[in-house]
Design a protein. Structure first.
Length: 543
């Protein structure tokens, strides 16, 4: 094996964000050694010699080339084995499944997740540890430290490795095993959910439209819905992973999954609509003319655990990210489960899951998951919903409305202001932080601020501290407004404003969300001076 030591200079900007390192695709492609440095930094951090890693990507532009570079670097750094999905494909949850199944030392996922792909879009690298989950901050910080002091990386001089068929190949001491990316994942879903019941739901004519948005989940969804569960052929649309996602933006929300949303709000809509993001860890669920807010979704999954094969023994506890509505807490309190509140990003659930403190967890950003793996899991969430529908015989809207009647409704919205100049966005946050102490007592129309803070978190298991996770403003009626800057964007800054208000009065639960929250939305703008700082009069995405 011809191993080359390539001299390199360190970069200053390779700090992983909420979920891995994300940059413009062009930066990875055109900045010499940019990809190589980051990979070598991971390898140095985990001391990759003799280790086994799972590798794959969501199929986006530059995936194939990047995978070859990583394989050659793994060989040069004497990894013991790399398990890679056929044709280099793997969804994020499937990588988590494989890491756990094979007790691998970690995994690398090439994806910028819900960010657009293509030469003008984004590319990213996620690193997961041996528990199958996103590396905790102690590890990402160590990787970042490595990136700042690298002087060389190692790569094998060899031709590209054929990833088109399953099997084992050896290069030096390294074993490259190409595996089916779908089957282990689909098998696990069959253990967790009542496939018999879901199959008979489809037999009775239940119609699902699953939009894979030309991203990685197409092959998974076809295997699970159409093959194993007998949904009609054509249930899965945009089911071929494409390098540019066929021009679609694989972010399953009301703005970017527009075709699906339009179909679900048309008169002859299917019973259920669903979509995932680029790498398959997010989910959006819709009924006929009915949108399920992700914060409600995770609460409803928790409330109905008794109906689901893999969870009916009970939930140990539940967790949500701070920005997620407290609908989940309400369920936990009623059912007597412990509940936890973490910063944004799945990496913060890992220690709670590993310690057996929680079974289900979720985020407002279309993410839900459980202790079955250590990632959020799009298809898992959709199957959980199907399982509930199959067991209750109710429609999605009926399930949600019944939930509101029982637990009350947490009206909830997120307003995103994308593409703000970074300095302006920082200015807005700094201004809020400076004024934190003076906010309590402030009267804004019918509302009074009772409490405001800068959310900090101490992991109850590892005792790791994380600061600066968003500004929380609490109002007298227990409504909440939260401000934070996104950690996944690649251009300028994105301000996220999260607004929540609880309504127990059933007669008021049917209002339109934006109308119900109208006053709070205005107050949120006033408190932070959003239009003055950003120059924007309206958000770019409303969920
Ligand atoms: C966003 C979401 C967060 C999610 C993260 C990664 O982060 O808000 O809840 O965990 O994306 O999801 P941010 O920092 O932009 O708000 V994925 O599917 O992009 O890996
Ligand atoms: Co994702």
């Amino acid at each position: 094996m011809d191993i080359k030591l390539v001299p390199t200079t360190a970069f200053e900007d390779q700090k992983p964000g909420t979920s891995g390192l994300r940059k413009k695709t062009k930066i990875f492609m055109e900045t010499p050694n940019y990809l190589e440095n980051f990979i070598q930094a991971i390898f140095n951090t985990i001391n990759v010699k003799g280790k086994t890693l799972v590798l794959g990507g969501d199929g986006r532009f530059y995936n194939k080339e990047a995978l070859q570079i990583i394989l050659k670097m793994a060989i040069a750094n004497e990894a013991q084995e790399i398990k890679i999905g056929q044709n280099g494909l793997f969804s994020t949850p499937a990588v988590s499944v494989e890491i756990r199944k094979f007790q691998a030392d970690g995994g690398i996922i090439l994806s910028a997740s819900h960010n657009p792909g293509g030469i003008k879009g984004d590319f990213g690298i996620k690193f997961n540890t041996a528990n199958g989950g996103p590396a905790p901050e102690s590890v990402t910080n160590a990787i970042f430290e490595q990136t700042k002091k690298l002087t060389f990386y190692k790569i094998a001089q060899m031709s590209d490795i054929d990833l088109s068929y399953e099997g084992v190949q050896f290069f030096g001491d390294t074993k490259i095993t190409v595996i089916n990316p779908v089957s282990d994942y689909a098998d696990l879903m069959e253990i967790l959910f009542d496939f018999e019941a879901i199959r008979s739901l489809f037999q009775k004519g239940f119609k699902l439209r699953y939009d894979a948005l030309n991203a990685v989940t197409g092959p998974y969804a076809k295997e699970i819905f159409e093959e194993r569960l007998g949904a009609f052929t054509g249930t899965v649309v945009h089911g071929e992973p494409k390098e540019d996602f066929g021009g679609l933006h694989p972010d399953p929300n009301l703005t970017y999954a527009k075709e699906l949303v339009d179909i679900m709000y048309a008169p002859d809509a299917p019973d259920m609509g669903a979509a995932s993001d680029g790498d398959g860890d997010r989910n959006m669920v819709l009924g006929s003319s009915f949108f399920v807010n992700p914060s409600d979704s995770i609460a409803i999954l928790a409330a109905n655990y008794e109906l689901v094969k893999g969870y009916k023994q009970g939930l140990r506890g539940v967790a949500r990210s701070m920005a997620t509505s407290r609908a989940l807490d309400t369920v936990a309190d009623k059912k007597g489960f412990a509940h936890y509140e973490t910063p944004t990003g799945w990496k913060f659930f890992g220690s709670l899951l590993d310690a057996g403190k929680i079974t289900l967890c979720g985020e407002e950003s279309f993410g839900a998951g459980s202790s079955h793996i250590r990632e959020k899991d799009g298809l898992w969430s959709i199957l959980y919903w199907l399982n509930i529908l199959a067991k209750t015989g109710k429609s999605i809207e009926e399930v949600v409305r019944e939930h509101w009647r029982t637990y009350g409704r947490h009206f909830y919205t997120r307003h995103d202001y994308e593409g703000i100049e970074t300095e302006r966005a920082k200015g807005l946050m700094d201004n809020l932080k400076r004024r934190l102490a003076s906010l309590p007592g402030m009267q804004l129309s019918d509302y009074e601020i009772t409490w405001a803070d800068d959310f900090a978190y101490t992991d109850p298991i590892t005792r790791e501290m994380t600061l600066d996770q968003g500004i929380r403003v609490f109002l007298k009626d227990n409504s909440r407004i939260i401000y934070r800057l996104s950690g996944t964007g690649t251009q300028g800054a994105t301000l996220r404003v999260y607004i929540e208000k609880y309504e127990s009065d059933v007669s008021k639960q049917s209002q339109d969300t934006q109308k119900a929250l109208k006053d709070l939305i205005k107050i949120a703008g006033d408190i932070a001076g959003i239009s003055a700082f950003t120059g924007m009069t309206a958000p770019t995405v409303i969920t």
